[in-house]
Design a protein around this ligand. Structure first.
Ligand code: CAA
Length: 698
């Protein structure tokens, strides 16, 4: 018997207790142990039922993801499930914590299921680029029908015990020690002479319009394959005998295992867990955080205040006038009422957050006792320095002074105070109470425990926090500026903004760069172009037609017109016909004969620009690990999760191929496309970005 399964006999019930911390993943030793445990129970004279229960915080979190991509070892999970279900004894699963993926599949192979009220079940395989591979696509539809199965399998949504009971996934909800609850249930089943009940022997589910469901799911997944493939697997449950359906599921599962999407999504899974784990912060204790000051109550400041209140902090927000302070309070209350409507907070919490936990003021002295202040005022170095001067004067020693600037030099801001070690950048993304990304910008003199506190705050706010160094735009906006420029160049050379947006949405982005520009406000890019004009390299190609759009007062969505036209009262948009005219005029002026771009070339150039700038940033130490860049793009810039991030995408293409693209584009524009030294070095060494992630983890 494997040491991962503890066998005990309790009366006429054999208990198989899974002991594989932290989450009882179904690693090889667990699978072996379960098979051996079933055999031992069946050979144990007098045993009438088997109880499967998990130790620690979960029943079973699923297959062991760290084994994916390696040669699978027997017994395979579908065979373990088959072995459990085929037992002549009654098999009961007692579920607590999560039962996910293969964990739910083991439970579905048991004959009866009881769960704690706090338990959650789900089939999250689609989030890993897979479908369930051990029978859930065949068993669940037999148990709960096609509609509920498709909902769960194609979305990966987790359901709580009460909903699972309603759906028929579990038979009973009971509170208590999972083993005690399971034993009581097993004994009651024995006493009632309950029959062995194998889900695989239940009738096949009724069919639906499979093609329509497949097409709809594919569209919703924006290019992600696995949810649509899940529809075909459930179709097999309806159309084929159980054993043949299992073979069909296995084939689809193994095919998906070979895809780039599976690799990308599993990279995302591990990276989002590794990103907050900085080697430099090992053993560094964060400072205590209870109250947070915020300077500026505009959209950003109010969003940050909302996020802080939702996380249970006390917030003091400073504005310039009493009217502005009350307007900020209104904005925060508006954000919080959204959370109230969505059921995220109770009315009582809402009332507390908008009254006792929140103070608005026009007086910096109110910040004397706060633990951390985040400044979110106008992006101007002079204004920022003035604010930091006031903070330096009133805040208690040890208070952290943070700037939410998206590009200004934090070293310079820090140097203007008497306590540069306490100064840090905390770059939120708008709307700050919704967007998951937080760039923790570490300046030259920032103390390690201040960095640790930035990460602790990010965790408390439920953000994905990424360490960044100081440069214009930090990680995200600096890379954005470069791939956005690549798109601008393609427009000058012949592509239309609309073709580019569509090609990138087809690639999997939530939106294309021109639609994003309209959403963010074209005046932002306009201001940046003006700001950078003085320091621009003479070889830099910068289009002027976007300035003309702005000069006419068209800033995108907020004015109803930009690259697209937004009709009031409708959600959609149509291309603005004035834009192609402006572009054509600029091409004529520059003597450019427009050429055709394929969608594939558009994507390739856009991605090459992104990867090249990211590699440059890594080489400069602005980002420490490739995975940090991947997480910035995934959580702040709508990058398709199934590619794992731009660095993972580059690894999947092969770095020599990406470098070859960049070198071929450099023949047209040697300045913009100069290959990043780190990229060249990795190609020479035959290494990948992921090798750098592994180096950093050592
Ligand atoms: N395999 C291996 N390791 C796993 C794991 C799994 N299935 N699930 C979690 N872990 C690891 C995490 O990587 C993490 O490791 P570190 O501490 O070294 O970083 C540790 O367990 C704890 O995980 P979290 O930090 O995520 O803890 P949490 O309490 O926030 O969340 C969880 C726990 C809900 C189980 C979450 O980890 C999760 O969602 N895990 C993935 C579950 C999943 O996708 N299961 C399906 C697997 S695919 C499958 O089963 C295919 C099949 O049908 C054959």
């Amino acid at each position: 018997m494997s040491d991962k399964i503890k066998y005990t006999r309790k009366g006429d019930v054999a208990v198989l207790r899974i002991q594989n911390p932290p989450v009882n993943a179904l690693s090889h030793a667990v699978r072996e142990g379960l098979v051996a445990g079933m055999a031992q129970a069946e050979a144990d004279v007098g045993v009438k039922a088997v109880l499967i229960v998990g130790e620690g915080r979960a029943f079973i979190a699923g297959a062991d993801i760290t084994e994916f991509g390696k040669t699978p070892l027997e017994p395979y999970l579908p065979d373990v499930c088959k072995r459990v279900e085929a037992s002549p004894l009654i098999v009961v699963a007692s579920m607590h914590g999560v039962s996910l993926g293969g964990g739910l599949e083991i439970a579905l192979s048991a004959h009866y299921r009881v769960a704690q009220p706090s338990a959650r079940v789900g089939l999250p395989e689609v989030h890993l680029g897979l479908i369930p591979g051990a029978g859930a696509t065949q068993r669940l539809p037999r148990l709960v029908g096609v509609d509920a199965s498709l909902d769960l399998i194609t979305t990966g949504r987790q359901v709580k015990a009460d909903e699972a009971l309603k759906l028929g996934i579990i038979d009973k909800v009971a509170e208590g020690d999972p083993e005690e609850v399971g034993l009581a249930y097993a004994e009651s089943l024995i006493a009632d002479a309950a029959p062995r009940r194998a889900v695989s022997e239940m009738p096949a589910p009724e069919p639906i319009d499979w093609d329509a469901s497949y097409d709809g799911t594919l569209k919703k997944g924006r290019g992600q394959i696995s949810p649509a493939q899940a529809v075909r697997a459930v179709q097999a449950a309806s159309e084929l005998p159980f054993d043949e359906g299992m073979l069909a599921e296995r084939k689809m599962f193994m095919d998906l295992m070979e895809t780039d999407q599976r690799q990308g999504m599993i990279h995302a899974f591990f990276s989002e867990r590794a990103v907050g784990n900085l080697p430099e912060l090992k053993g560094v204790e964060p400072r205590a955080l209870q109250s947070i000051g915020i300077i500026g109550g505009g959209t950003m400041g109010a969003g940050i205040a909302t996020a802080a209140l939702l996380a249970g902090f006390n917030v003091i927000l400073i504005e310039m006038t009493p009217d502005a302070a009350e307007a900020a309070r209104g904005r925060i209350a508006g954000n919080l009422s959204g959370a109230l409507k969505r059921g995220k907070i109770t009315q009582m919490k809402f009332d507390a957050m908008t009254t006792t936990a929140l103070e608005v003021s026009i007086n910096y002295d109110s910040l004397a006792l706060v633990d951390l202040v985040i400044e979110a005022v106008f992006e101007d170095m002079g204004v920022k320095k003035e604010v930091f001067g006031k903070l330096d004067a009133v805040c208690k020693p040890g208070a952290i002074l943070a700037s939410n600037t998206s590009y200004l030099d934090i070293d310079e801001i820090a140097a203007s105070t008497s306590r540069p070690a306490d100064v840090i950048g905390l770059h939120f993304f708008s709307p700050a109470h919704i967007m998951k990304l937080l760039e923790v910008v570490v300046a030259d003199k920032t103390a390690p425990e201040v960095v640790a506190t930035g990460f602790a705050l990010g965790k408390a706010l439920n953000k994905i926090s990424v360490r960044a160094g100081v440069c214009d735009g930090f990680i995200g906006n600096r890379i954005l500026a470069t791939y956005r420029t690549a798109a601008d160049h393609m427009v000058l050379d012949g592509a239309s903004p609309y073709q580019i947006d569509k090609a990138l949405v087809d690639f999997g982005f939530a939106m294309g760069p021109f639609a994003v520009g309209d959403l963010a406000g074209l005046d932002i890019g306009w201001a940046t172009r003006k700001r950078k004009a003085a320091t621009r390299h003479p070889a830099e190609r910068v289009p002027t037609y976007p300035d003309k759009i702005c000069e006419a007062g068209n800033f995108g969505q907020k004015t109803g017109k930009g690259f697209y036209i937004y009709e009031k009262g409708t959600r959609g948009s149509v291309p603005n016909p004035e834009v192609p005219e402006l572009i054509a005029a600029e091409r004529t002026e520059l003597g450019i004969t427009p050429r055709d771009f394929t969608d594939a070339e558009i994507t390739r150039r856009y991605m090459a620009a992104m990867v090249n700038e990211a590699a440059r940033l890594l080489g400069e130490g602005i980002a420490k690990r490739p995975l940090d860049i991947d997480m910035v793009l995934l959580f702040g810039y709508g990058f398709p999760r199934y590619w794992g991030g731009p660095m993972k995408w580059a690894d999947l293409q092969g770095l020599p191929a990406v470098l070859a693209d960049i070198e071929s584009y450099a023949k047209e524009d040697a300045w913009f496309w100069e290959p990043a030294p780190l990229l060249k070095q990795l190609v020479v060494e035959g290494r990948s970005f992921d090798d750098l992630n592994k180096d950093a983890a050592k």
